[in-house]
Design a protein around this ligand. Structure first.
Ligand SMILES: Cc1cc2nc3c(=O)[nH]c(=O)nc-3n(C[C@H](O)[C@H](O)[C@H](O)COP(=O)(O)OP(=O)(O)OC[C@H]3O[C@@H](n4cnc5c(N)ncnc54)[C@H](O)[C@@H]3O)c2cc1C
Length: 527
């Protein structure tokens, strides 16, 4: 109890003490002049430029009214430094934009936006088995480069990360980052050797397990740009002992089958499946019939998958699919084919080469969405809980609800099972040990619908969450929602201890609050 009180007091002290720079809004001309002083070749767009809209808009159109005064198209580290120096000099807000996928719109600003899209070189180091990616890379580009490198070197090299090819590698690293190799390699942040960072005074520093250790901790899950602007990330690659992959995509229909297989999934996916298998479950309704869909990736050939998985899968689908139907679920691909499937790109008929995959930059910029998430240590198994989920689909309150299996993963840093890793593992702020990550939401076509979307998801949340969450409430930082986090405290994302630690690191790294964009204010309640 004493411990909890002292944590609370420490947190409150930081809430009261935290600083942020006083923002003075400047004209585009003033900002452009300052940027040119520090980086004479920088390309910049003001609001009247034709390229402006594409350069500032993120995936969630709900925030399209938050327009930067000036966008800097970053092509060198000098451009990033110039953004920070001008923010200091002019008292202007500066925000860095990678993939633009923040659900909460944290990479929007009314000040200076550093758009990293063109800052996307990728270098391999075969001696150290590492890959360095400049901070503007998106996941699809990184995956494409890894496939190319695997073809060149004859070794299957992977960095495990999320399923959406246009999510940014830097934003994903900052906000946890879980994907289709997750149970084998952990979070994206678990695979990092070092990060080069432009700090709050505009200098380039290196951050690793041995240099600037506190920042290394904070950048791998702290979910805020306020620790510094990432220039590049060096990942440790994992070499697989196979170049074959099995992709699984199967559905079960009818509520009773959904409940049976859904309950099997919740035990098997995060607990009993080997770490080579990462699967996820999605609820849906097709032609008025509820279904559950399992998608996933096995690292190995169909022959190995059948040997290792078949007995469990037959038991899971007993009475629903026979043995040969279960065998047919295991479809073998090469590396490119597997990535195309798990990123969803295959459903649009391509890409057909690693180079094409690297060029995937088409963002879905037509939607407005509201999503939220929970990390669960316990799972649901009550039929009524499933029925309630489908009711919210039918009522139009949700169009998406997914479970990702996180339990049972092996931590590549020390070979320990994730489930047995201390929940408060201090090497990064990410909460460990959960079995399932649930995320859910609703999509609309126009930003005018945003308030309605938000209200509907909130209604569903209030009805459903009591069935899911027993005891402590934890959320996944990758799915932060702005309105939610306005009212929340960091402990729901990181736990109280990690939140205090992050606030201390942020304040030490940036005492003037130069890099303190909305995200940090919400997360750590810094004012
Ligand atoms: C369609 C979709 C699919 C997703 N799929 C997954 C998934 O499979 N797994 C998962 O774990 N998450 C997933 N996410 C969540 C996603 O990982 C997070 O929202 C992530 O933070 C987005 O990063 P970004 O670079 O695309 O976004 P941005 O909006 O560009 O950035 C997010 C945050 O990071 C900051 N930032 C960006 N670049 C830098 C930098 N160089 N230095 C410092 N700060 C920086 C931004 O300022 C902002 O605060 C998904 C999100 C969407 C919209």
């Amino acid at each position: 109890m004493t411990f909890q009180i002292s944590l609370f007091l420490a947190l409150t002290a930081y809430i009261l003490q935290s600083s942020s720079a006083l923002i003075t809004h400047r004209s585009a001309a003033e900002i452009a002049e300052c940027i040119a002083k520090y980086s004479p070749d920088a390309t910049v767009y003001g609001q009247s430029d034709n390229a402006f809209y594409q350069s500032y808009i993120g995936t969630n159109l709900a925030f399209e009214d938050e327009k930067p005064e000036l966008v800097v198209i970053v092509t060198s580290v000098e451009d990033i430094k110039a953004g920070v120096k001008c923010a200091i000099e002019l008292g202007e807000e500066v925000v860095v934009r990678n993939g633009g996928h923040s659900f909460a719109g944290y990479s929007y600003t009314s000040g200076i936006m550093l758009n990293l899209d063109a800052y996307n070189a990728i270098d391999f180091n075969r001696v150290s088995n590492e890959v360095t990616v400049q901070s503007g890379n998106r996941l699809g580009r990184v995956y494409g480069a890894l496939i190319e490198e695997s073809e060149r070197s004859g070794n299957t090299q992977v960095v495990g990360a999320g399923t959406c090819p246009t999510v940014g590698a830097s934003g994903h690293t900052l906000c946890a980052g879980w994907g289709m190799f997750g149970r084998k390699v952990g979070y994206i942040g678990d695979q990092i050797a070092s990060i080069d960072l432009v700090n709050a005074t505009g200098e380039l520093i290196t951050v690793s397990e041995t240099a600037n250790k506190d920042l290394f901790y904070a950048l791998r899950g702290g979910c805020s740009s306020s620790f510094g602007f990432i220039e590049s990330i060096t990942f440790r690659m994992t070499t697989l002992d196979t170049d074959r992959f099995v992709y699984i995509d199967t559905r079960v229909y009818d509520i009773d089958n959904v409940v049976r297989v859904g309950n099997w999934f919740q035990q098997y996916g995060p607990e009993d499946a080997p770490p080579e298998l990462t699967i996820q479950w999605t609820f849906g309704i097709g032609g008025g019939v509820p279904y559950g869909r399992i998608r996933g990736l096995f690292l190995g050939s169909a022959t190995v998958a059948k040997k290792e998985l078949l007995a469990d899968w037959e038991a899971g689908f007993d009475g629903i699919y026979n043995q040969s139907e279960v065998e047919d679920m295991f479809v073998e691909y090469d590396y490119l084919g597997a990535v195309n499937e798990f990123t969803g790109l295959a459903s649009n008929g391509g890409p057909y080469s690693a180079l094409e995959l690297m060029a995937t930059d088409e963002l879905d910029r037509e939607t407005v969405f509201y999503k939220n998430s929970y990390l669960q240590f316990e799972v649901i198994n009550d039929r009524q809980a499933y029925v309630k989920i489908f009711n919210h689909f039918e009522d139009g309150n949700l169009d998406f609800l997914q479970w990702k299996c996180m339990g049972g993963a092996v931590d590549i840093r020390d070979g320990k099972e994730m489930g047995s890793v201390d929940r408060w593992d201090q090497r990064s702020p990410v909460i460990r040990g959960q079995r399932i990550q649930t995320h859910y939401g609703l999509t609309a076509k126009s930003w005018q619908d945003y308030e309605d979307v938000k209200a509907r998801v909130t209604l569903a949340e209030q009805d459903l969450v009591p069935d899911w969450v027993s005891g402590d409430l934890w959320r996944y930082p990758g799915y932060l929602v702005r309105e939610y986090s306005d009212n929340a405290t960091g402990p729901e994302y990181f736990g109280a201890e990690n939140t205090v630690k992050l606030a201390v690191i942020r304040r030490t790294a940036d005492p003037e609050g130069t890099l303190l964009a909305l995200s940090a204010k919400d997360l750590y309640k810094a004012t």
